[in-house]
Design a protein around this ligand. Sequence first.
Ligand code: AMP
Ligand code: FES
Ligand code: ZN
Length: 313
Amino acid sequence: MKCTKCGSKAAVQMRQHKLALCAQDFLAWLPEQVERFIRKYRMFTRSDRILAAVSGGKDSLSLWDILWRLGYQVDGLYIGLGIDGGIAYSQKSQQLCEKFAAERGLRLLVVDVAETYGQPIPAMAERTLRGRDKPCAVCGLTKRHIMNRVARDEGYDVLVTGHNLDDEAATLLGNTLTWSVGHLVRQGPLLEGDGAGLVRKAKPLCRIYEREMAAYALLRGIEYIYEECPYAEGAKSLYYKELLNRLEADRPGAKLSFYLSFLEAKENGLFALQPQEVRERMHACPTCGQPTTAPGECAFCRMIQKVALENRT
Ligand code: AMP
Ligand code: FES
Ligand code: ZN
């Protein structure tokens, strides 16, 4: 297989784009694509201060690398979850983020959950769920809360995450199977901030296949954590990804078209409710000020109180 651009040996073949590229052309092509989507969805400009949430995985570190190469002002945020799982998962992830930042002279903010809230994620989950479930829900809630708080408090214009097309398509499939309209209305490449508690959030990799992100990290020599979170095993999202990959194998481009047709349908008014209207029905949490769907304290603050109460007993 030859590179479509220069005719030398291709390193990455992308059937869905009918394109094969050599390492050098691929490393130039991918950031160009990302730049195109940043503009198309009006995510941010070079005068914005960007905060990239980095987990130590291939997607978020590659995203940070791409934005930096494209000349954006972008700092990183690592959240220490305190997950060990016999592989020192969080510790290793943090080291990789720190190494990445140091090598490029970039600024990395670190928030440690146990230091800030008294307990690491697994203990927090144990106390609130009493072993009934895996800690993923508690973890997701905590990460979202911290990302928004840090971006808001440190005055960033936008928060970016490394969600790729496979992540977005899997989430979309899950939300569609249950017709979770509230989630579907808000799912997309960009979620506007409200000028107060909620910061603007963008997913610049939402149209890039996971496979291409892995190729990018590899070809750029980015060191990232290969292991999945030890609690991810058996997660629904992994099952949905597998289903979509089977579909993709039979019909190259199916994954991308599933996601893009959704965005288009939404633009054409598939859902009568606009994100703004959903937002207007939200309330500010009296404790942390972040928006929540019901009046009273938000799910995160309720969880933290429960953890604190349990600690005292
Ligand atoms: P996940 O929910 O683990 O699939 O991660 C989705 C995105 O959330 C990643 O691409 C990162 O941008 C961000 N993220 C996940 N874990 C962390 C973490 N520990 N610290 C900072 N950002 C994270
Ligand atoms: Fe949060 Fe696995 S990353 S539970
Ligand atoms: Zn080439």
